[in-house]
Design a protein around this ligand. Structure first.
Ligand code: C2E
Ligand code: CA
Ligand code: CA
Ligand code: CA
Length: 276
């Protein structure tokens, strides 16, 4: 038993060392990765549950790491959040998304993109200036670029966060509250935050297989009373779609309709989806 215990410790240490090594890699290589254009945005459609219409695309980052291959955002975003590098990465990705919107606008694809950003940005009005500059640089139409944030972090700076969100409104920037219902509960201050859309977390949608979920009902009625739009994340089967639609949820996202796609495929998807 003793030796197997030691074996487990050795195994644990190896796994631990590997993990720390990958985190150190991420931390060390992120800056160069930005410079070398190793980050690519994929686009996942957000669609209406009531008619065949794409209302927006969510931009989701992929890292083509020179040694470690394709690295998932689930791995490097938390590290970047921890080190603070998320600030620079987010601004870089916002610019990538703006460039893509400009290209799509030129091709006549009228569309909108939502970009995930850290709630850390909602602590300085410089963020409003940056987004404004993007709208100018890429000649973006009002409402083209919107933002997704998670609940955590906004609470600390409620009045400044509000000022920043209000500062973005003249550009038509909508605020999507991501992963709603998980982690911190925003219930206490939801009505004070000038957000526009709630995204119901996938974990709730997962439970919608053969029957309704009272929590989903509650979120939908809360959204209605606050006059917020709702997007349901992670729709993987037609039953979930039908249930959500019946309950009055307007928008959805998920593998049933499409995975996140590289830009060319997203363009093709958009052209075909509304004319099927
Ligand atoms: P998120 O914002 O909640 O994004 C949704 C995640 O669920 C994405 O994973 C998406 O690919 C996945 N997904 C969408 N539909 C389905 C489905 O039907 N089934 C399943 N099983 N999964 C689905 P992804 O792309 O790996 O991103 C993970 C997380 O990393 C995101 O969660 C977000 O928090 C973060 N992230 C991704 N891109 C960015 C970014 O550009 N900037 C920042 N700051 N964070 C990002
Ligand atoms: Ca998101
Ligand atoms: Ca989410
Ligand atoms: Ca999530």
């Amino acid at each position: 038993a003793k030796s197997s215990g030691r074996g487990q410790i050795r195994y644990f240490n190896n796994a631990m060392r590997k993990k720390l090594k990958r985190q150190a890699d991420i931390e060390n290589d992120l800056q160069t990765g930005i410079k070398n254009q190793e980050f690519e945005l994929y686009y996942q459609p957000i669609f209406s549950l009531n008619n065949p219409k794409v209302i927006s695309f969510e931009a989701l980052v992929r890292w083509h790491h020179p040694r470690n291959g394709l690295v998932s955002p689930m791995e490097f975003i938390p590290v970047a959040e921890q080190t603070g590098q998320i600030m620079e990465l987010d601004l870089h990705l916002l610019r990538l998304a703006a460039k893509q919107l400009y290209a799509w606008q030129c091709e006549g694809m009228l569309t909108r993109v939502t970009v995930n950003v850290s709630s850390r940005h909602f602590a300085s009005l410089d963020f409003v200036k940056y987004i404004h500059q993007l709208y100018e640089d890429y000649d973006l139409k009002m409402g083209s670029l919107s933002l997704e944030i998670t609940e955590s972090g906004l609470i600390e700076n409620l009045s400044l966060a509000t000022k920043i969100i209000k500062g973005l409104e003249p550009m038509g920037v909508k605020l999507y509250l991501d992963d709603f219902g998980t982690g911190y509960s925003a219930l206490g201050y939801l009505h004070q935050l000038p957000i526009h859309v709630i995204k119901i977390d996938k974990s709730f949608v997962d439970q919608l297989t053969n029957r309704a979920n009272p929590l989903v009902d509650a979120i939908l009625s809360l959204a209605r009373s606050l006059d917020l739009d709702v997007v349901a994340e992670g729709i993987e089967n037609p039953k979930q779609w039908a249930l959500l639609k019946r309950k009055g949820c307007q928008f959805g996202q998920g593998y049933l309709v499409s995975k996140p796609l590289p830009k060319e495929e997203a363009y093709r998807f958009y052209q075909e989806y509304e004319h099927q």
